[in-house]
Design a binder for this molecule. Structure first.
Ligand code: DSN
Length: 419
């Protein structure tokens, strides 16, 4: 690379990832093949539109790339339509709102501070500004409060019920959620960004056939490049024609919302890398991977619980743990910093009913997708639980944190990033 500054920075980031433990639950390590597709000449090409109906010439190759990605997504998730052009999760969610509801309509989603996402109706996000958002919560036990949701649906009559989370360690009961959406005839949208890889691996129930629209980012447990899939069933899409808001028209509504509704040219290098990741996700090895993510998270949860850590909901069913650190007399921010010094990357996070602010919350969120990609298993999780405890207990002891960092680097060297 001629740009030495950027080359050095890329190398430094690779070192940072290799030498430490990435435990942010929304992160992962992609394969060499995904990276190769992402760094390809496909990035040079404009192709506004969809395969077979583009506004640019020279699209015969990228049409094939996009069709392959669409077919692989449809087969993997068992749906009849897949839009693979969403730039990432937030724009994809924006497209879903744009497709299904009008500005000012009532939409209902899980509050960010209770594990939801900004685009699920947070008042400072487009979803809370453009729409009349009402927000549901978890109960004191940290589990989704389905009764509150049903009562809210009855009272507020949202037109769209958004379900999904960024910091929820338990399983979604899709059938119950469908019943809640049906109370008021709302569209049920499943945002499975965090758990898509688990769904593919059979380690979390699938919303396919239950939710009207499913959105997932492609870079979390699905282990692809940054990007998004919007999945649904219905009649074949005709993006050139306006369509009524009916379940049969979902493919057309979604495609038209992406372009011309919101986006311009698709990122073809990203589409190719998504196709590569979808092929990898269709292998038996990926099923084992998804199952191992959960086994690892459960082992980590048991290890930390045994050391007196207060896990929201008492444990986990998926890839992540949310820990309330109040009983450890340390804030989420201080814990994030101390763990970072030891070489363990996590993120501070609010916990349900958090008395502190989101900038300095009571908890941390951590997960196992990236470590599992590196081949770590239950033994390593037990070791890591011990290190996390030491770093948090002695968070002001710079010498101890430095020693931990050296030990962690030694373990990390045994589990290289994917080639
Ligand atoms: N920022 C993502 C996460 O960390 O969960 C959600 O978009």
């Amino acid at each position: 690379m001629k740009d030495k500054k950027i080359e050095e920075l890329i190398a430094a980031e690779v070192r940072r990832q290799s030498d430490g433990l990435e435990m942010i639950p929304s992160e992962n390590h992609t394969s060499g093949d995904v990276l190769q597709a992402l760094g390809s000449r496909l990035t040079d090409k404009y192709s506004e539109g969809y395969p077979g109906m583009r506004y640019y010439g020279g699209c015969e190759v990228v049409d094939k790339v996009e069709n392959l990605a669409r077919e692989r997504a449809k087969t993997l998730f068992g749906v009849t339509h897949a839009n693979v052009q969403g730039y990432s999760g937030s724009p994809a969610n924006q497209a879903i709102y744009f497709a299904l509801v009008n500005p000012g309509d009532t939409v209902m989603g899980l509050h960010l501070y209770y594990g939801g996402h900004m685009t699920h109706g947070l008042k400072v996000n487009f979803s809370g500004v453009m729409y009349n958002s009402v927000q549901y919560h978890t109960g004191k036990d940290g589990y989704l409060d389905y009764e509150e949701m049903a009562a809210m649906a009855q009272k507020e009559k949202p037109k769209l019920l958004m379900v999904g989370a960024t910091a929820y360690p338990r399983i979604f009961d899709w059938k119950k959620l469908r019943e809640i959406a049906d109370i008021c005839g709302a569209w049920l949208v499943a945002d499975i960004s965090h758990i898509a890889g688990l769904v593919v691996a059979g380690a979390h129930p699938s919303p396919v056939g239950i939710a009207d629209v499913i959105m997932t980012t492609t870079h979390k447990t699905l282990r692809g490049p940054r990007g998004a899939l919007i999945l649904c069933n219905g009649n074949p899409s005709n993006p050139l024609k306006k369509a009524e808001r009916t379940p049969e028209n979902l493919p057309t509504l979604i495609d038209r919302a992406i372009i011309p509704g919101l986006q311009g040219g698709p990122h073809n290098h990203q589409t190719a890398a998504i196709a590569v990741a979808l092929r990898e996700a269709a292998t038996p090895q990926f099923k084992d991977y998804g199952q191992q993510i959960v086994k690892n998270a459960k082992t980590l949860a048991a290890g930390l619980s045994a050391k007196g850590y207060d896990l929201v909901t008492g444990g986990t069913d998926n890839h992540l743990l949310l820990i309330d650190l109040t009983n450890k007399q340390i804030s989420g921010k201080e814990a994030e910093k101390a763990l970072g010094k030891a070489g363990i990357t996590v993120n501070k996070n609010t916990v349900p009913f958090d008395p502190r602010s989101p900038f300095d919350p009571s908890g941390i969120r951590l997960g196992t997708p990236a470590l599992t990609t590196r081949g770590m298993k239950e033994d390593q999780m037990q070791q890591i639980a011990g290190w996390i405890d030491q770093a948090i207990t002695h968070y002001t002891d710079e010498k101890l944190l430095g020693n931990l960092r050296a030990e962690i680097k030694e373990l990390a060297a045994l589990f290289p990033l994917p080639a």
